[in-house]
Each structure stands twice: as C-alpha cells, then as structure tokens.
Design a protein around this ligand. Structure first.
Ligand code: SF4
Ligand code: SF4
Length: 482
C-alpha cells in the first residue's frame, strides 16, 4: 500500500475553527477533527492508509478516517509519497495576452517635490528633468494610446491617467476621454477611466468634469497635516495640506458618481495607520484608504526597517480587526488592503506574476513608449514597444519568460507565493537593481499580513459567510454588464 504524506499548506484559525491554505491550489479548506488528526499523524512522517486507520482507531471509526483521507487527497492537503506534487512545468501565458489596462503618464512633471518620490529622488529610473522624454504627452500620442488600447483589449478596457501630477495636463486628459468614448462606442467596446492626483490642482470645473464623466479618482495623500506636510511638499518646501484639504472636501462633496479613494505612502517617520485612516475617512469622507510602504533604497532615512515593518504589521492587524467587526455586521469599512486580499483569497488567485505589469497592464511614457508599467514609463531598458508601432510582443514574451515565479527559486518553499509571487518589480529594481529578483527584504511582512487576512477570511466564513459571497455576486454582476 502506498505511503501518504503531507503536502504544502499553511494552517490558520478563524472564528474558532481551523483552516488550511492549500498552496498548490490557493484554496481554503476547513479542517474538521478527523482531518486535523490525520494531518497531525502525518507530521514529519509518512504512513499508509491502513496505518492511519489503525493509528487513529481509538478516536475515529475506520470509514470516517478513510473518507477523511479521500477528502484531504482531493484537496491536495496530502498526497502519495512517490508522486511529488510539484509546480509542474513552467506555464507561460498564451500570447498575445489581451491588454486590459493602459496607464498613461500624461506628464512627468510635478508641482510638488515629495521627498520620497521615486520619480524625482535618487531612486528614479527615468531622468524627467534632463532626459529625452517630453515633459507632457501630446494629444496625438494620447489618441494613439487610445487606438492601441481599443485594438488590443477585450470588450471592456480601462484607461488610467497618471504622472507626475496628472492634472498638469488636464487639457489632453479631457480631450482624450472624449476621443476614447467615441472610438470605444464605434468599436462596440466599453471604456472606463480613472486617474491619480495629488489634489493641488483640483478646481470646480475639473471636479464637475470628473463627476459628469464618472472618472474614478485616487488621491495621493498621507493623512493629517503633520504627516502630509512631512514629505508632500511644494518645491519651496511649503507643506501641501492647507492647499489640498479644501479641494478634496469639494471633490468628495461634488463627485458622487464613483467612490473616491486615498492612497497613502508609509515611511519610517509616518507609520500611524489608524490615525491616518481615521483622518481620511472621518475628517474627509474618503470611501476607502489603501496603504503602501515607500519604495526606496534601504539607505534612505525614511525607508522602513524590519522593526518598522513589524510596527506597520501590528497597526494593519488592529485596523484589520476593525474591518472584520464591520464586515460581520455587513457595514462598510474602507481599509482597502484587507478587502483586496480577501477577494484574492476568495477567488483562489494563484499568481505566476506579482501583478498585471507587462501582462494585461502596460504603462505609456509622455513620448508614447510602452513600458512594463507606469513606474518604468520612459525607461529604454523596460520598453515594450510604442503606441505608434504597437506592443513589442517578442519583448513582452521575453519579459514574461524571465519573470515567472518558477524562476524565483527563493520563493519556492514560501506558502505565501500564490498571492505574492515575489512582489513589485519596481521595488525589486530599486532595492536590487533588477526586476527579476524577489523582494526578500519584506517576506516576513508579506507572510504576516497574508496570515492576518486568512484569519479574517476564516472568521468571516464562520460568522458572516454572506459577506465573502459578495465577491462572487460582484463578479457575476460585472460579467452581466459585459
Ligand atoms: S518574495 Fe518572499 S513572501 Fe513573496 S513569495 Fe517570495 S519568499 Fe514569499
Ligand atoms: S510592478 Fe509594482 S508599481 Fe508596477 S504595476 Fe506592478 S506592483 Fe504596481
């Protein structure tokens, strides 16, 4: 009789029950008493089915153990010793991969001089001051980008405007949206728009335009005055809080056609997650707030150290707990980092690549060069064609071949890899000088945060399964719209 052994999983608890996060399938499996007994029995050893039945006969009847073994085999929580359940051959995506989102850097200029900004600091990839790229995208280039997106996308396409400070090129943004809508209608496709802005240039007519055109807006903001003004400053060193606060309030009052979110950059000097969250949701009324640690080399004093990541994780856990209590009562909570991860867990996302960059998402520089994503726009080393000549499919295939999780050997024993897959290419480029390396400096943080989200997921599965079932309904609704 064949010997059985444990496969790769991460065990966690939620709502007083036990669960497994099954790494090969990225599925969540609830463990009952006999299931736990079988896994405990197989901890560090192998054993045949009969030996398991014998070993556990004092606690469970034989048919129940055999049934449990079958369930665990089907879930791939255990397997036959002689048949290794490896990753299998490297599976590259089918090409040409459809383009889903195009991020247009409509300018590489900014009216702020945020100390930590990757575009202007020592960590920059593209020289936006003295380099070859134009400072502003022309209307012609933007229209070529629209044509490319509509040619390469499925029935729904997403266009995101980015910068520099996006609204410095509002005239091109405005005319591009009108052009894109007309072209999309002619092609029988739907196109959706969003932008990211530092809010300094918002004015009544711009806000009305954004509301009327249902443009998704994300505001880059770091929280209360003392935190915002620490890094988000004008070129003369003045803080931006006083300028942006009234404009954001007007935006949130007027723009009701799409929920508006804030995106916070955390540094070693501004890790105050709960205070920032409260300020942005209660003082301003943002629908949701997402936090990301600053991308920078470890030498920068504002870089987050290991200790800082621990602090950040502790604060994320506190706010995650608050999210959970709201979700149990079907109340909205805007901590988007939890919601996004819960959705990925629920959908069983298992990534060969950390994000859509170079896959369904591409960036476009002011001159129309296509890049892996907006953070690489204008970099010759990360160029994947131009909006005029189209996506360089060979370069794209090469990029995907080189960045597959199968080649990130350090990640092969990590249970969090279905969701992390090595992490952001830009972060890796800044840290290690190459997009190909996994971000091993923040693994503990990633695993800690993923474990927290799994626990929240487990607890919701027990206390309010309807909340997580919403992710299926949202998906079904989105498909119905298509
Ligand atoms: S980067 Fe770290 S956390 Fe992410 S998959 Fe690799 S080993 Fe795991
Ligand atoms: S590579 Fe990094 S910055 Fe670019 S899309 Fe992916 S996660 Fe975002």
């Amino acid at each position: 009789m064949f010997a059985l052994q444990r496969r790769e999983f991460h065990q966690f608890q939620g709502g007083g029950r036990e669960f497994l996060y099954l790494v090969p399938s990225a599925a969540v499996f609830e463990l009952d008493e006999p299931g736990r007994a079988v896994l405990d029995f197989l901890d560090g050893t192998t054993c045949s089915e009969d030996c398991l039945v014998d070993g556990l006969s004092a606690r469970f009847p034989a048919p129940l153990i055999r049934e449990t073994i079958l369930d665990l085999l089907n879930a791939r929580a255990i397997g036959l010793e002689h048949l290794q359940d490896g990753e299998g051959p490297k599976q590259l995506p089918m090409m040409p991969f459809p383009l889903n989102t195009l991020v247009l850097n409509v300018t590489n200029q900014c009216n702020l001089a945020c100390t930590y900004c990757y575009e202007y600091g020592e960590d920059k990839i593209v020289d936006t001051e003295h380099g070859q790229q134009s400072k502003f995208m022309s209307e012609t280039t933007a229209r070529e980008a629209v044509d490319l997106l509509l040619k390469e996308s499925g029935r729904v396409a997403h266009m995101t405007f980015f910068g520099g400070e996006t609204l410095l090129n509002f005239p091109v943004l405005k005319s591009t949206i009108a052009y894109a809508r007309a072209q999309a209608a002619a092609a029988g496709k739907t196109i959706d728009f969003s932008l990211t802005t530092n809010a300094t240039l918002l004015r009544t007519d711009i806000i009305e335009f954004l509301a009327e055109n249902e443009i998704g807006v994300t505001i880059s903001m770091d929280g209360p005055k003392d935190l915002q003004n620490k890094f988000r400053i004008f070129h003369n060193g003045a803080g931006s809080y006083e300028v942006v606060a009234p404009k954001i309030k007007e935006l949130l009052k007027t723009h009701r056609t799409r929920p508006i979110g804030a995106r916070v950059t955390l540094t070693s000097e501004t890790i105050d997650v709960t205070r920032i969250y409260r300020h942005l949701t209660e003082e301003f009324g943002f629908w949701e707030v997402g936090f990301a640690p600053v991308t920078t080399s470890p030498q920068q004093q504002y870089a987050i150290s290991d200790h800082g990541f621990d602090r950040m994780l502790g604060q994320f856990r506190e706010l995650g707990q608050e999210f959970l209590e709201h979700a149990v009562e079907n109340r909205h909570h805007g901590f988007s980092n939890v919601k996004d991860t819960l959705e990925e867990i629920h959908k069983g996302v298992s990534k060969a690549y950390p994000c859509g960059a170079g896959l369904g998402l591409l960036g476009v520089s002011t001159d129309g060069d296509i890049a892996v994503c907006h953070r690489f726009a204008g970099s010759d080393k990360h160029k994947l064609g131009t909006v005029k000549t189209g996506i360089d499919r060979a370069a794209q295939a090469d990029f995907l071949e080189q960045h597959h999780i199968a080649d990130k050997t350090d990640c092969h024993t990590c249970w969090a890899r279905p969701l992390c897959s090595g992490g952001c290419y830009h972060e890796a480029h800044v840290r290690y000088g190459t997009t190909r390396r996994p971000n091993l400096h923040y693994c503990e943080w990633i695993r800690g945060w993923t474990d927290t989200c799994l626990q929240i997921y487990g607890e919701l599965a027990v206390r309010n399964p309807d909340f997580i079932a919403r992710f299926d309904r949202d998906e079904a609704r989105a498909e119905a719209v298509l």
